[in-house]
Design a protein around this ligand. Structure first.
Ligand SMILES: Cc1cc2nc3c(=O)[nH]c(=O)nc-3n(C[C@H](O)[C@H](O)[C@H](O)COP(=O)(O)OP(=O)(O)OC[C@H]3O[C@@H](n4cnc5c(N)ncnc54)[C@H](O)[C@@H]3O)c2cc1C
Ligand code: SF4
Length: 480
């Protein structure tokens, strides 16, 4: 613990964001990287708790008190060495993670948590600038080969771990670029794509092979791949979207959020989209159905495209602004989250159900909605009830469905391999991450359902541990 009184002297100070009027004019990242001196000062707030609940809250068990202490003492390189021991993509979690660790931080019991996520970002960006993040090819190769299907954070974490111990790694990705939802899903204003490319360059120099534009199970047989590699890891994500099958769903102007976001990402990267396929919010009244992260990303994207107004509606009631009693520290609480996209404008409505879409000449024009409330039934299960005489309409030219994801897509890869699935339709594995097919492993959203980047990294690391053990009979790779 660098400064025993740090937490008494220094107040939590978050990073700054670019002014709304400026950032809405472009798609660049909204967060401003803070100076190292400020991060060192913020790191001094860490109390080096005997039981660091922050590490408990972090799915990859980051050595948070240890690197906070090194940062405070200006030993940035030592801090970085600890960070890279547990996290394959800190430059991504430092930007995107909801920071489960901060909700578990002991300081947050009666004060503001340490800015752990922002310290992580400052640390990895310092390391890149200093040239410490460089290719480190394995000293010798094992002669074993692993195919990774899918290049989101789960696949990439698995790649990095297995490449380090000397296996030959080939990544198969159906998109034209590597990154999964990080590349085509999450907007540039949260994560600029050069951040992914910077890391990929290092892995390519370390000998990882990336093959894009290949949909395994459709363009190339998965069974054939099994014959060509000693092990296969499925990291294809969970992309089957939840639909809203109500009257008017077939009207023009209603899209799944991911179709909209993927196209917006591609346009930001300079890829042109034909007029016929274009989904654009310019001068449109946009309604986003679904109050989660994906919905928030649609709100920010629609504002940047010049929407005339944006409304985000959610079925569930407005969450509380502070930690509810039934979700005590150190649990991750379900509280109201106001993202940078919400700060940029638009309206948010809760406890709203959509009954039908109303159109004119085949184009959506309005949503017919009703207010709802939830009551508990005799078994304590919440039951939704419409509030009497609360019907109303919302005008809309573009409706984006951000209602979550059901499970991985079955067509192609999963159908061909005929793997056992769990009750939610995700790929079932044993505790060793092996699926019902020998030498086929699964990790990330495809295995656990749509989740978070940090959970995908954790799964990718765990799968790598078991794959290495399967290939060699033992492993030095950590489980997380
Ligand atoms: C819009 C949106 C915003 C989000 N924002 C955040 C956030 O801010 N913070 C956060 O922590 N989490 C966020 N998440 C969740 C997070 O992005 C995911 O949990 C994470 O990306 C899952 O990683 P993954 O590697 O399992 O799968 P994915 O990232 O989905 O990657 C799977 C990859 O597999 C490829 N693939 C699938 N099948 C095949 C096949 N047969 N052959 C070849 N390739 C295949 C896909 O093309 C894809 O590239 C967000 C999710 C969405 C949808
Ligand atoms: S719980 Fe908070 S104060 Fe304690 S070690 Fe972790 S970051 Fe530091």
């Amino acid at each position: 613990m660098g400064d025993v009184k740090g937490f008494l002297k220094v107040k939590r100070k978050k990073s700054e964001y670019r002014p709304v009027c400026e950032r809405l004019k472009d798609c660049s990242e909204v967060a401003v990287l803070r100076p190292d001196e400020q991060s060192e000062e913020q790191a001094s707030r860490c109390m080096d708790c005997g039981t660091p609940f922050c590490s408990w809250g972090c799915p990859i068990g980051n050595y948070i008190p240890e690197w906070n202490d090194f940062m405070f003492r200006k030993h940035w390189e030592k801090a970085y060495q600890l960070l890279e021991a547990t996290n394959n993509l800190p430059e991504i979690t430092g930007r995107l993670c909801p920071a489960l660790c901060e909700y578990a931080c002991v300081l947050s019991i009666n004060d503001d948590a340490v800015t752990i996520r922002e310290n992580e970002l400052a640390l990895i960006e310092h390391a890149f600038k200093a040239g410490w993040v460089r290719p480190k090819s394995p000293k010798k190769r094992t002669g074993k080969s692993v195919a990774i299907i899918g290049s989101g954070p789960a696949g990439l974490a698995c790649v990095d771990q297995l490449n380090k111990v000397g296996h030959k790694i080939v990544v198969f990705e159906r998109d034209d670029k590597i990154g999964g939802i990080l590349r085509y899903g999450i907007p540039d204003f949260k994560l600029e794509k050069k951040i992914i490319d910077r890391r990929l360059d290092i892995w390519k120099k370390e000998g990882v092979e990336f093959r894009t534009g290949l949909n395994i199970g459709t363009d190339y047989s998965a069974k054939k791949l099994l014959k060509e590699f000693d092990a296969v890891c499925l990291a294809g994500g969970s992309r089957a979207p939840r639909d809203l099958n109500i009257e008017g769903r077939q009207l023009k102007g209603i899209y799944f959020a991911m179709d909209y976001l993927i196209q917006a990402n591609r346009r930001t990267s300079g890829i042109e989209v034909s007029e016929r396929d274009l989904i654009d919010a310019k001068d449109k009244r946009v309604v986003v159905i679904g109050g989660g992260d994906t919905g928030a990303d649609c709100v920010g994207t629609a504002h940047r495209q010049g929407a005339s107004c944006v409304v985000q509606i959610e079925l569930l009631p407005k969450p509380s602004e502070s930690r509810p009693l039934e979700q005590p520290w150190p649990k991750y609480p379900l509280i109201l989250k106001t993202s940078t996209s919400h700060e940029e404008g638009g309206e948010r409505l809760w406890s709203i159900s959509t009954n039908k879409f109303i159109g004119e000449n085949g184009q959506v024009k309005k949503l017919s909605c009703v207010r709802v409330e939830f009551e508990k039934d005799t078994r304590g299960k919440p039951v939704m009830k419409e509030v009497k005489a609360s019907e109303f309409e919302i005008e809309a030219d573009l409706v984006l469905l951000a209602l979550g994801f059901l499970h991985p897509e079955k067509k192609g890869l999963l159908e061909e391999l005929a793997l056992e699935l769990d009750s939610r339709g995700n790929v079932k594995t044993g505790a060793d991450f092996m699926t019902s097919a020998k030498k086929v492993f699964a990790a990330g959203d495809m295995h656990r359902g749509q989740s978070l980047v940090v959970n995908a990294i954790s799964e990718g690391r765990a799968a790598a541990h078991y794959i290495d053990k399967f290939l060699i009979g033992q492993t030095n790779l950590p489980i997380i």
